[in-house]
Each structure stands twice: as structure tokens, then as C-alpha cells.
Ligand binder design. Structure first.
Ligand code: NAP
Length: 552
């Protein structure tokens, strides 16, 4: 393949023929498209939404905001994008993040590679031709050597199956499928189910508009203040000055949730911890808390002090002691369910138009035409909001009917939980890559830079395959089993498995309880070492046709 870049895949009566199909046009998908084109692949993108942005396209509920600082929640690989984009807030809101995704897609001229409003229904590996046959809900058929699933870890909404929901005559919303037009809650009686990250963001916003807001809470969550504010010139200057160090740290560092020192660190005295948490509470944001002490997510005694600290803050903020008690998380450790970051969440319960219903005491029995029946009361409502989360990490991958060697389905291969090698590849599914897949850091930390790392790894791998004229790559079953064991062992040494979180899949009925993200240190080092060791744990297949030919 020469230096010229085949931008357009070829089309014949059998469908579109290309080197790579990228599924999803969120941050992972957009960078995949750019990178694949850059290394000379004929690439096609398929996106279910009418626009780019992925999860930031759909989650447009009032208050939606990222909890990674905006200066870092950006593509790190492009000096041009960095120069031409200026974030306005410490934590960017959904609108600004979506605008950034659109800006990146336009600036990189990616839109013409993407087919929008189209959902990938199935992908089948044809062993004879060593091609993936990708089929869409619009009847398209694409043949590609590689498929990159950039479908996102938080993209399939979870709507619990509560009896009677179809009878409700008011409006129903889900935070993860919020309408394009602003929703007017002025003067309305609104009910909301769910108090995770989405709930704690949307509740204060709805409370300001609605005549009455009823929050149906099953499990109280730990939440810390965002202390969002406009960015100043000084903030931008300080970021620019630290840029080189930051980029180098991305290159070298391997920040998992659990540093190696976690298991040997001392338990800090309570007053030392308390002072640190107070400082972090005033600074705002979740990152500092999760790293406040190396063993905070490992040692129950350290963790419990932090949990106590947050409960104390809730008691100080919420005037009604009974409400404060119901809002106070207990029975599971701090920070091992995704830590929420809020603006005025706890204070919202001091409003006279907000009621908190403890579903542990009075579970929802059914939804009726006019509202919600709990075990002891009926609530009349005009609108109902589901802030009930996602079928996370594996949901979007399993929503596609993926069939690998011998017609084996991904659904069957993962019936007891996801199995991957490095969260990037799956045994028996050659030339299929998962961006931020289960078994990688995936949803932990900064998802944009996690995506970048995977895309860069894939680009290097495909370049290697082209150089050596290799047709297929897939992990060895044994290597995959060993990696899965390692992912589980790392998690089991921490407090993470002690909470019923979506990290474990327990929010979805019937989903196997398996800890999905990789939370150890050293992920990038491991991936690099595997490559340097001749792609240890992978099997390559011999060539049938040179790579990068499809677009010619
Ligand atoms: P979530 O964390 O899974 O929270 C879902 C909520 O719905 C929980 O409170 C859950 O209660 C409740 N729920 C689910 N089914 C229920 C039922 N049948 N009856 C009553 N309550 C029910 O979902 P999320 O809030 O959408 O957040 C998901 C993830 O998206 C976050 O953890 C985060 O990674 C990401 N996110 C990030 C941001 C941000 O950057 N700031 C904002 C939003 C989302 P239980 O806990 O009892 O199951």
C-alpha cells in the first residue's frame, strides 16, 4: 500500500468493501476513524445517532456535566485541536462536550466517513474470506477485514421493568435518552427514580422548576461537590505550562485505581485523614478523594473514615435529620460504586417542594395511570424520570449479534461474564477490537485518554500486520483465561466487589456478577510489554490479501 490514503471504501453489488468498520462515533469512534485513515486504511463508520458525540449526544438532561476536568477530558494526541478549542468551565457541561465532539469531527473531516442514523445489527466472521460481514438495521452490508467496536461503556440505557409503566398517562423520560428539545417542568409534579451520577445531577435542576419533585431512592450514594466554576486565563496558562509533564505522564503512567503501595501503606491517623478530606471537599471533584491515601479503596479502616466524613457533611447540609439519615450511604465502602459529583445535591433536599421516598422502607409496587404506588402511599405525578443507568460495559457489545469462528456468538462466549484479552480482543473472534472493552481500564478514570490508548494500540497492531503481511489476529484462549484471572484477582484484593455496582453488572437482572474494569496499575506497561514480546498471547493468521487494498 502506498502513501495515498484510501478515504472511500469501494462498493459493489455485494455491498461495501473496506479494511475497517468502526461502530460508534463517540470519542473512541471518532479517533478510530481518524487514526485508521491516517495509517492508510479504507475505513467506514456507522453510528446509530444522527450526529457524533456518543453518550454525550444522548445524555442531554439538565445538569449533565463531566466529572473529569475539561482540560483533561479532551483529545491529548492533537496539538491543533488543543490550540483551537478553549474550554469555558472547570467541568464541562454536556452541550460544550458535544460541541467539542462536533468540532473535532469537522476539524478532522470525519463526517464523510460516517453513516449516521444507522445501527449495526450483526457482524459475522466469514472464515473462508477472512472478512467480517457487517449488517445494519437499514439493510446495508459491509465486508471488512477488521471491526472496531467503539460502542461505549455507558450507552445502552437500563429501564427497570416496573409493573404498570405502560399505564402512566404523564410524560416519561430517561436521562440517557433525553429529548432534543428542552423539557419544561414548570409547575409540574415530577417523580424521579434513581440517585446515581445522573440522578444527583438532574435532581437539583428539576427541583428548581417543578412544583413538586419526588425522589424515589433505593440506595443512597456517596457524592462530593464539583465546585464547578468558569476557567480563568490563569487556569489555561497553568495547564499549558504543565502540558509536557501531563503528556509524558499519560505516556508512562498507568494510573489504575489501586497503586502497588495500596497493600503496604500505613493506616493514617483519623485526624490526618479528616483534614485531608476537608481540604478535598473544599476543592471539589472526585479525583482527589479516590487517591487521597494509597489504601483508601483497599483498607476498610481507611475507607470507613472517609465514608464517615461524607455522612457528616450530609448531616451538616440537610436540615431534616430523618432525610439526612435516609440520604446517608452505609453498608458498602466509599468510592467503590462510581463516586458521584454534584452541585447542590444534598442542599436540594432542604427545599419545601422536594420529597425523598426511601424505597428500602416502602418499595415501588407499581406505576399507575396517575403516578406511582409504593407499599404505603400513592404519588400523583405529571412526569416520571428514569435515572436508572445503563447496561454498562458489555451492553452495547452484546446488543450486536456478533458471530466469530464456527458461528460461535459473543453472547454465548460471554454467558458467564465477559472474557477478553486486555479488554481489546476476544478469543475466537479474529480481527475484532473492543475500545475500552471489559478487562481494560474502560470506564475507570479518563475515558477519552483510555480510548486514545486503545486506538493507538490497534493502529500499531494493524501496521505491524501489514508490514508482516498477516491476515488475522486473535488471542490465545489460555492467554485470555490468564488475563481474566488477573483482572479478577486485582479486583478481589480491593473493596470494589463489596458494593452492588454496575461495575459488577448487578444492576441488570440476570447479568453475571463479574467485575468488568481492570483497576490495577500497569495496564499500558503490560500492553506494551506484550507487543515488545512479539504480541505474546496472540495468534496471527497467514495472509489472503494485502491490507489496505479494499479502497483501491
Ligand atoms: P447508576 O449509577 O447505575 O444509577 C442508577 C440509579 O437508579 C441507582 O440509584 C439505582 O439504585 C437506581 N435504580 C435502578 N433500578 C431501579 C429500580 N428498579 N428501582 C429503584 N431504583 C432503581 O446510573 P447513572 O446515574 O446513569 O450513572 C451511570 C454512570 O454513568 C455513572 O456511574 C458514571 O460513570 C456515568 N455518568 C457520569 C456522569 C459524570 O461524569 N458526572 C454523569 C452521569 C453519569 P441502586 O443503586 O439501588 O441500584
Amino acid at each position: 500500500m502506498g502513501a495515498s490514503v484510501p478515504e472511500r471504501a469501494s462498493t459493489n453489488e455485494a455491498g461495501v468493501e473496506c479494511d475497517v468498520v468502526v461502530v460508534g462515533a463517540g470519542f473512541g469512534g471518532l479517533y478510530s476513524l481518524h487514526k485508521m485513515r491516517e495509517i492508510g486504511m479504507a475505513v467506514r463508520g456507522i453510528e446509530a445517532a444522527p450526529d457524533v458525540g456518543g453518550t454525550w449526544y444522548w445524555n442531554r438532561y439538565p445538569g449533565a456535566r463531566c466529572d473529569v476536568p475539561s482540560l483533561f477530558y479532551s483529545y491529548s494526541w492533537s496539538p491543533e485541536l488543543r490550540r483551537e478549542w478553549r474550554w469555558t468551565n472547570r467541568y464541562a457541561g454536556q452541550e460544550e462536550i458535544l460541541a467539542y465532539a462536533r468540532f473535532a469531527a469537522d476539524r478532522l473531516d470525519l463526517r464523510r466517513l460516517i453513516q449516521f442514523d444507522t445501527r449495526v445489527a450483526g457482524a459475522t466472521f466469514d472464515e473462508k474470506s477472512e472478512r467480517w460481514i457487517v449488517e445494519t438495521d437499514r439493510g446495508d452490508r459491509l465486508r471488512a477485514r477488521f471491526v472496531i467496536m467503539a460502542t461505549g461503556g455507558l450507552s445502552v440505557p437500563n429501564t427497570p421493568d416496573i409493573p404498570g409503566v405502560a399505564d402512566f398517562t404523564g410524560a416519561i423520560y430517561h436521562t440517557a435518552r433525553w429529548p432534543q428539545e428542552p423539557v419544561d417542568f414548570e409547575g409540574k409534579r415530577v417523580g424521579i427514580i434513581g440517585t446515581g451520577s445522573s440522578g444527583v445531577q438532574v435532581i437539583p435542576m428539576i427541583a428548581k422548576a417543578a412544583s413538586q419533585l419526588v425522589v424515589f431512592q433505593r440506595t443512597p450514594n456517596f457524592s462530593v461537590p464539583a465546585r464547578n466554576r468558569p476557567l480563568t486565563d490563569a487556569d489555561h496558562k497553568s495547564f499549558d505550562e504543565g502540558l509536557e509533564t501531563y503528556l509524558a505522564s499519560l505516556e508512562q503512567s498507568d494510573f489504575g485505581r489501586v497503586p502497588p503501595t495500596a497493600f503496604t501503606a500505613e493506616v493514617p491517623p483519623r485526624d490526618v485523614q479528616w483534614a485531608r478530606y476537608e481540604q478535598l471537599w473544599q476543592e471539589g471533584g472526585s479525583g482527589g478523594f479516590l487517591k487521597a491515601f494509597p489504601n483508601i479503596l483497599v483498607h476498610p479502616d481507611v475507607n470507613e473514615v472517609c465514608a464517615d466524613f461524607v455522612r457528616q457533611k450530609i448531616r451538616e447540609t440537610v436540615k431534616n435529620p430523618k432525610t439526612a439519615e435516609v440520604l446517608s450511604p452505609s453498608g458498602y465502602p466509599f468510592g467503590v460504586k462510581r463516586l458521584c459529583v454534584d452541585t447542590d445535591y444534598f442542599d436540594t433536599y432542604n427545599r419545601s417542594n422536594v420529597d425523598l421516598v426511601n424505597l428500602r422502607e416502602e418499595p415501588i409496587e407499581r406505576i399507575t395511570a396517575s403516578g406511582v404506588d409504593t407499599a404505603s402511599r400513592h404519588f400523583e405525578l405529571d412526569a416520571l424520570v428514569f435515572a436508572t443507568g445503563f447496561d454498562a460495559v458489555t451492553g452495547a457489545l452484546l446488543a450486536v449479534d456478533i458471530q466469530g469462528r464456527g458461528g460461535a456468538t459473543l453472547k454465548d462466549a460471554w454467558s458467564e461474564g465477559p472474557r477478553t484479552y486486555l479488554g481489546l480482543t476476544v478469543a475466537g473472534f479474529p480481527n475484532l477490537f473492543t475500545i475500552t472493552g471489559p478487562g481494560s481500564p474502560s470506564v475507570i478514570g479518563n475515558v477519552i485518554t483510555n480510548c486514545e490508548y486503545h486506538v493507538d494500540w490497534i493502529a500499531e497492531c494493524l501496521t505491524h500486520m501489514r508490514r508482516h503481511n498477516l491476515a488475522t489476529i486473535e488471542p490465545d484462549g489460555e492467554a485470555q483465561i490468564a488475563w481474566g484471572r488477573h483482572v479478577a484477582e486485582v479486583a478481589d484484593r480491593t473493596l470494589f466487589p463489596k458494593a452492588n455496582s454496575w461495575y459488577l453488572g448487578v444492576n441488570i437482572p440476570g447479568k453475571p456478577r463479574v467485575f468488568m474494569p481492570y483497576i490495577g496499575e500497569g495496564y499500558r506497561t503490560t500492553c506494551k510489554a506484550i507487543v515488545e514480546d512479539g504480541y505474546r498471547g496472540f495468534r496471527f493468521g497467514s495472509p489472503t490479501r494485502a491490507l489496505g487494498e479494499a479502497g483501491k
